[in-house]
Design a protein around this ligand. Structure first.
Ligand code: ADP
Ligand code: MG
Length: 236
C-alpha cells in the first residue's frame, strides 16, 4: 500500500500540493484528473521519489519513502511519462535491458529474455533492434510501458500517457494499458480520457489548485459526481 499523509509541496512560494491524504492499494486502478496546473504531475512524481516533498510523509507498505533506496523503490514502482522518456541512443531492446542490468544487477542474458517477453506482451518484439526515432508515437509509448513493467513493479504510474500521441494512436496505447491493469498491477493514471477512466478505474481522484477535491469510487464519480462541471472540465 502507498500512503500519503498530509503531503505538501512548494515550488518557491507557490503551494503546488496542499494537505494531500491518499492511499493507493495493491491492485487498485486509480485515475487522477483535474485542470492543467492542478498538481497532478507533481503528485505522481512525489509518489516515486522524483520530487521531494516539503511536508507530510509518503510510505510504501509502512516504510517511509526517505528510507527506501532508489533501486528498491524502482522495484515497487514504475513510471510512464507523457513524452515517453526513452533513451534515444539505445535500441528498443537496450531501453529495457540497461535499467535491469544497471539498477537491478540482473545479468544481461536474463535481462534480454525478460525484455523480449515484455516487448512481446505489448506487440513490440519485432521492433527490438530499432531506435526510438524509428518508431511512431504509439509504438514509443508501448516500449515505455514495457520498460516500466519489465522489473515487475507492484505499481505503475502513468502521467498523461496518451496526450502527446496523434489521435489514431491513442486507442492502441489505451488498450495496452487496459490489458496491463487487468493483470492485477496497481496503477495510478493521470488522464483526460474519461471514457477510458470509466471503463478501467476503481477510483477517481479529482484535483484542483493543489488539493484533492474528490476521491470517489468510480461508479459514484461517474453516476453522482459532486459537481457535474468537475467531470466536464476535463478536456476531451
Ligand atoms: P498538472 O500536471 O496538473 O498540469 P503540475 O504538477 O505540472 O500540474 O504543476 C502544478 C503547478 O506547479 C503549476 O503551477 C506549475 O507551474 C508548477 N510547477 C510544476 N513543476 C515545476 C517546477 N519544476 N518548478 C516550478 N514550478 C513548477
Ligand atoms: Mg501534468
Amino acid at each position: 500500500m502507498i500512503k500519503l499523509e498530509n503531503v505538501s509541496k512548494k515550488f518557491g512560494k507557490n503551494n503546488v500540493l496542499t494537505s494531500i491524504n491518499l492511499t493507493f492499494c495493491k491492485e487498485e486502478v486509480v485515475v487522477i484528473c483535474g485542470p492543467s496546473g492542478s498538481g497532478k504531475s507533481t503528485l505522481i512524481k512525489t509518489i516515486n521519489g522524483l520530487e521531494p516533498i516539503n511536508g507530510g510523509a509518503i510510505s510504501y507498505n509502512g516504510r517511509n519513502i526517505d528510507q527506501i533506496p532508489a533501486t528498491t523503490l524502482s522495484k515497487h514502482v514504475g513510471m510512464v511519462f507523457q513524452d515517453f522518456g526513452l533513451f534515444a541512443n539505445k535500441t528498443v531492446l537496450d531501453n529495457l535491458v540497461v535499467p535491469q542490468v544497471v539498477v537491478h544487477q540482473v545479468n544481461r542474458a536474463t535481462a534480454v529474455e525478460k525484455a523480449i517477453e515484455q516487448l512481446s506482451a505489448l506487440g513490440m518484439a519485432a521492433h527490438k533492434d530499432k531506435y526510438p526515432d524509428q518508431l511512431s508515437g504509439g509504438q514509443k509509448q508501448r516500449v515505455a510501458i514495457a520498460r516500466a513493467l519489465v522489473t515487475k513493479p507492484e505499481y505503475v504510474l502513468f502521467d498523461e500517457p496518451t496526450s502527446a500521441l496523434d489521435p489514431e494512436m491513442v486507442g492502441d496505447v489505451l488498450s495496452a494499458i487496459e490489458k496491463i491493469v487487468e493483470s492485477g498491477i496497481g496503477a495510478v493514471i493521470v488522464t483526460h480520457e474519461m471514457a477510458f477512466a470509466k471503463r478501467i478505474s476503481d477510483r477517481v481522484i479529482f484535483m484542483d489548485a493543489g488539493r484533492v477535491v474528490e476521491s470517489s469510487k468510480s461508479e459514484d464519480f461517474f453516476n453522482e459526481p459532486k459537481s457535474q462541471e468537475q467531470v466536464c472540465s476535463c478536456p476531451r
